[in-house]
Design a protein around this ligand. Sequence first.
Ligand code: MLT
Length: 406
Amino acid sequence: MIRINEHYRKLKASYLFVEIAGRVAAYESAHPDRPVIKLGIGDVTHALPPAAVEGFRKGITEQANDETFRGYGPEQGYEFLRDLIAKGDFAERGCEIAADEIFVSDGAKCDTGNFQELFSADITIAVPDPVYPVYVDTNVMAGRTGIWRDGRYDGLVYLPGTPENGFVPPPPSEPVDLVYLCFPNNPTGATATKEQLAEWVAYAHRVKAIILFDAAYEQFIRDDSLPHSIYEIDGAREVAVEFRSLSKTAGFTGTRCAYTVVPHEVKAFDSEGTAHAVRDLWNRRQSTKFNGVSYPVQTAAAAVFSPRGREEIRARSDYYLANATLIRETMEGLGYECTGGINSPYVWIRTGTDSWAFFDDVLNRAGVVITPGAGFGLHGEGYVRISAFNDREKVTEALSRIRAAL
Ligand code: MLT
């Protein structure tokens, strides 16, 4: 008799954004005359930058001709793209990352979800709270947690992000093996300073842990003192893996391209205490389970690294950041305490009330979709997240509806 992976039974019924989509669909069918404005899931609304479209066309044209056609590509991504990433995203910021430490993929969600496979089932994992639910749910699926009880999974070390620590939790007092960090943070929009990341890097060295650093929102940083990459911190090459994405920065949510950096120095140990290069394990995993990102997507991504592409994506992130400022100023004007929205496309708003009730209220009274903080963890209760990813007119209209409704 075929049997299920029992760990799936520990999961909540549906993934956060699926639950939200269900509630929104119910509202839309009950109010077909009232168009909903979506500031919930962080999904971009602007078309691909023209440079990327040109890169896409180039790739498609090549695929349309026998002379230039390419079949299976390297599972790790084409050299031309990995070289551009190494130079444009790292060397130019003083970080030493080699092209063979970069693995191009179809999304940071997949990579942050899959990476845990490389590690033993009995390691101890720390996650911030609130947190992007993918880090938690994928470890639940892998059997690294106990049951869901009182808003948390047994067996995980939760690191509360609170107004007191500026939503940047410090390392725990106990040793853990794997830590997920995300800055600029999803969902709180908080950013971490070099000193705060240095504390984490020192901790990881001390306890022989690995940091999985999600930098999917680094393009939104405008404060020059803030690190864009964990590799700006001395010693990070030995203990950190970094995830990047073109989704929010270059409008690739529907096109799919991201990458993961695994320096050669990052090591994990077997039961005999022998060290193994995590980069080689990830390479083994990817070449077994992944056939690479499509060639035209990679030519489009490469074009994002051209001077014109960079200018275009900068203009797009400026646009979404201006939305974030509007959101933050409006919500502060209504008397709410806010975090994020500066160096980040997310605004984290303290409502002090049940966050799903607040979500329902804003949906029903204003026809605006936001994200309830409780969906990101126990410490997200009493908060909601508003995303800046939409057109200016829609954001402005949503804010005036919220102002009228609250
Ligand atoms: C979010 O809204 O949190 C993100 O869009 C989710 C994601 O990138 O998968």
